[in-house]
Design a binder for this molecule. Structure first.
Ligand SMILES: Cc1cc2nc3c(=O)[nH]c(=O)nc-3n(C[C@H](O)[C@H](O)[C@H](O)COP(=O)(O)O)c2cc1C
Length: 348
């Protein structure tokens, strides 16, 4: 089983950035925090067995000693633990794991799951899963990735594209389990979509790939569009200045090339997504990464590829489009699925 953590939740309306293996590392989260003060950030998923195994060997593994300590501190500070279930077919493993996690800490836990797996994909299969996990363990929060998973034949990337999104399952869960919390995840790409989902009744959303692939537009707008607070007011040049201080401080901190300059620069490479100069900047970045030995020299060598207007502008504040409706990819409107399921309220 895997878990990640983020700060504890109390507020109702919030926007989370999804845990993404190899992507939402410390470097990306540092950049994300410069772009948004309020978006909820999750660590990458961490394999629990690795932590347990490393626990006996902490002195040789500074990274994991930090991780174990951080996890312990997470519990002390009432951070929020989240597990992802590999297969919803394994409902009993899920609720047993959640009970075990909860019995060792007193923080809220959540399960992140798909709406189904293979042919276990009816709304009533999903309800059975939620009902069993919620009534057999302390889990009260489910993050619903609104696609099913096809376990055979599809790569993880295709599993995020090919099974159709069924947002109506999420809205039906909100209706049928009023005592539980549900976060909507899957295919959300912009703030208008977030606000349209909210108008439709969603109260928690999670954004994955869009936050990583176009962080300036997505994360840069979260504070104003979702939380109603001013955005940081930083230009990308200023964001990069701050990031450079972080990057050069952590470069090689865990030993030679740990982390490498390439790992630290990686989240920056999407910062100018679809802006003039982006292509040239990326080509220069590619060359610079072969010989630069600091983030400062990397930026000095590459940033002249980008126009000042791009580097010095602050994020555009787009007013929410109040007419936007939350629709499926095929344009069909999202209505709760099927009849209200009265008996399910029991586990609230
Ligand atoms: C590169 C990558 C790695 C991911 N790793 C995980 C993971 O380890 N655990 C998990 O629960 N979801 C993982 N996801 C899924 C995301 O958390 C999210 O559910 C999915 O991308 C759908 O949201 P989106 O359409 O907004 O991207 C990953 C997604 C991507 C793109």
């Amino acid at each position: 089983s895997l878990f990640s953590y983020s700060v504890v939740e109390e507020e109702v309306w919030c926007c989370r950035v999804a845990p993404m293996m190899d992507w939402t590392d410390n470097h990306f989260r540092t950049l994300a925090r410069l772009l948004s003060k309020h978006a909820w950030l999750y660590t990458e998923m961490v394999v629990a067995e690795t932590i347990v195994h490393q626990k006996d060997n902490l002195s040789n593994t500074p990274l994991f000693s930090k991780l174990v300590e951080a996890t312990w501190r997470a519990c002390q500070k009432r951070l929020h633990l989240q597990t992802a279930t590999a297969s919803m077919k394994l409902t009993s493993i899920c609720w047993k794991a959640m009970s075990a996690i909860s019995s060792n800490c007193d923080v809220p836990v959540s399960v992140k799951c798909r709406i189904g797996v293979d042919d276990h994909d009816s709304y009533s299969d999903l309800c059975d899963f939620i009902y069993t996990v919620a009534s057999s363990s302390p889990t009260r929060h489910f993050i619903i990735h609104a696609r099913k998973a096809l376990l055979n034949g599809l790569s993880p990337a295709d599993n995020r594209k090919i099974p159709p999104l069924k947002y109506e399952y999420y809205f039906a869960l909100l209706r049928d389990f009023p005592g539980l919390k549900f976060t909507l995840n899957g295919g959300i790409t912009c703030m208008n979509q977030v606000n349209a989902a909210r108008k439709q009744g969603a109260n928690r959303v999670m954004i994955g790939r869009a936050a990583y692939n176009s962080p300036w537009i997505t994360l840069g707008q979260v504070d104003a569009a979702v939380y109603g607070t001013p955005h940081s007011g930083l230009s990308r040049r200023q964001v990069l200045e701050k990031y450079q201080v972080y990057g050069d401080a952590v470069l090689g901190i865990d030993g030679p090339n740990k982390p490498r300059i390439r790992q630290i620069v990686k989240p920056l490479l999407n910062l100018f997504h679809s802006e003039p100069g982006n292509g040239l900047w990326k080509r220069k970045a590619d060359t610079a990464l072969r010989h630069c030995s600091s983030i400062q020299s990397f930026l000095e060598e590459t940033l002249d590829a980008l126009p000042d207007a791009v580097l010095d502008s602050t994020v555009a504040t787009t007013l929410p489009d109040s007419t936007a409706t939350f629709a499926n990819v095929d344009g069909s409107l999202v209505a709760p699925f099927g009849q209200k399921q009265e008996h399910l309220v029991a586990c609230s």
